[in-house]
Write a protein that binds this ligand. Structure first.
Ligand SMILES: [Zn+2]
Ligand SMILES: [Zn+2]
Length: 179
């Protein structure tokens, strides 16, 4: 039995792979159940809990109990209120260097897929929607920058690119982060 098999995080594709959970016997502070899995990410709250289970992250009860949020991100006005709440209150924390923009598409927040490494994932990086996104982000930095310049920075590790995908039409989005 894996946490991944039991839980669906619609806005985070593979939190287990990113180390958001570990196999450890805990008593969750919210549901008070003995669990075999612990949530290892944080919760932004006045009193941060020591032990949370993945299930209380997923159903929003941990965020509600501690009046906290899991992410340090910002949204566009085009992202639905419901999807923003799901990202903030029912999605394991995405590890970031700086607060980043959580992209949305088709009116909803996108699903986080992880960091993009163009050298390890060349076919993915060559996708048209990723190239478009990289071009837009590059131009937001400098008028002379191209998509390639930006992707090179991600390869060299001078910038981090977070990859997202629309839940509806599967278009990719990128978000720029530091290192
Ligand atoms: Zn729990
Ligand atoms: Zn879409």
């Amino acid at each position: 039995m894996s946490a991944q098999g039991l839980l669906d995080f619609p806005y985070y594709a593979d939190p287990l792979a990113d180390g958001c959970f570990k196999q450890e016997a805990i008593t969750c502070e919210v549901c008070e159940q003995r669990r075999e899995w612990a949530y290892t990410g944080g919760l932004y709250a006045a009193n941060e809990p020591d032990s949370l289970c993945p299930w209380c992250v997923a159903d929003g009860s941990a965020a509600a109990r501690f009046e906290g949020t899991f992410q340090d991100v910002y949204f566009s006005e085009t992202a639905s209120t419901e999807s923003r709440s799901a990202v903030l209150e029912r999605t394991p924390r995405v590890v970031l260097w700086n607060p980043v923009h959580w992209p949305d598409h088709c009116g909803e927040c996108c699903t986080y897929l992880g960091t993009l490494d163009p050298s390890a994932q060349p076919q993915l990086a060559a996708q048209e929607s990723i190239q478009w996104e990289a071009r837009d982000l590059a131009r937001s930095i400098s008028a002379t920058w191209t998509a390639e310049d930006l992707l090179d920075c991600a390869v060299r590790g001078t910038m981090t690119l977070h990859l997202f995908r629309c839940r509806n039409c599967e278009t990719y989005s990128l978000s720029l982060d530091g290192t």
